[in-house]
Design a protein around this ligand. Sequence first.
Ligand code: URP
Ligand code: ZN
Ligand code: ZN
Length: 471
Amino acid sequence: MTRTLICNGRIITAVDDYRADILIDSGRIRAIGENLPIDDAEVTRIDASGLYVLPGGVDCHTHLENTFGESTTADDFISGTRAAAFGGTTTIVDFAFQNHDTGVMAAIEAACLRAEGKAAIDYGFHLITTHVDDQSLEDMKHAIRHGGVSSFKMFMAYPGKVMVDDAQIFRAMRLVGEHGGVITLHAENGIVIEQLIREALAQGNTSPRYHALTRPSIMEGEATHRGIRLAELAQAPVYFVHLSAQEALAQVVEARDRGIPVFAETCPHYLFFDDSVYDSDDFDVARYVMSPPLRSRQTQSDLWRALKFDDLQVIATDHCPYCMKEGHLGRIRQKPFGRDDFSKIPNGAPGIEARMTVIHDGGVRAGLISLNRFVELTATAPAKIFGLFPRKGTIAVGSDADLVLFDPLARHVISAEHHHSDCDYNLFEGREVQGKVQKVFLRGELIVDGEQWRGRPGSGQFLRRGETVGF
Ligand code: URP
Ligand code: ZN
Ligand code: ZN
């Protein structure tokens, strides 16, 4: 592999901000310094004057080619990782599914098969655990030690589908915590929500807006409180995915203030959209059908403030795309599957490509978070929490040369017409942003060069993740 020298860039990590050259050799960062004495004949020189040099983004919550119920997400590992790369993300953590009759290791192998030969960026998996017994606990231990999977997602929602009860969560937390892993929770009170859904449908309220009306924020707060108490009893860390509600945030803040190892992510859609989109009976509202749903405008400010002061640690996308048009690129059972019954609309929204640019524009440029905090939230903290640091998530000698050259001044308009996902809509359609990814390197290989795609399906590697660090 050739050596590459990235010159004159402004290197930004979670803690640094300085100008220097970066020498990449054999896929890793070999040296960082001013005017590195390198013979020109030996290297490919890239001029990064005027650009930020950021660590490749780490998106620890994506759903590529994931099947929930009857619907499969619209991006597979080819289109999804290509879109991620154009957005400055070089690592994702997606999901493996353990059903009642699937062993843990078989679930990880099946997930690897979905990605192999397709992924153009590096990837790992959380395991979705839908059933806990003595055998699955043994298997989870094995997955942490030998399978490269150290985090497990459990659902407090969707009864009869993937929901687990409190005893199962507690048992898994105790085991996983003891072995250096972490349980991640989808915190909504599924039983009460199911009752509200039944009542809404019985009253003939079938349009997509009732998705939001039947998933009140107080039920996210309740489940978050319960999840924290279970983790406390189990003496284990816990990570809340897609935190959206003020009531949930208050629980996380209270627990962290008491020194309990509680972590939480929020997602770009909760930071830029609010529940006013649900003020219509139009089916177009289905594009905002995700769980939890969008919350009040006031909650957006609460979430930004929490991101700034480390009450929230991560911004991940929960990229879970379903098309608005049935049959788009051959995708079936997409959003229109629930045209006559909101409870059948596949839950989720796209966002994998827009994350870095919208957070830079709406967060850093708007003065809500610093540039260092932007890197921490989108790369460093998820790498630490999910056992990928310091290989991923920072710019340091020895780390993988996953680098993003980012032009902080370039302006562009986000649109599904130009994005690289196979989803037929973009949540940020028409939004003008300042700041654009110019070049992306994955382990030293240039995979995005302006508008040109130079990545290859299959060049992404499965990441065997280690223990949770950073607390
Ligand atoms: O609506 C969502 N978030 N769909 C994806 C599955 C999940 O719960 O993360
Ligand atoms: Zn979830
Ligand atoms: Zn998700």
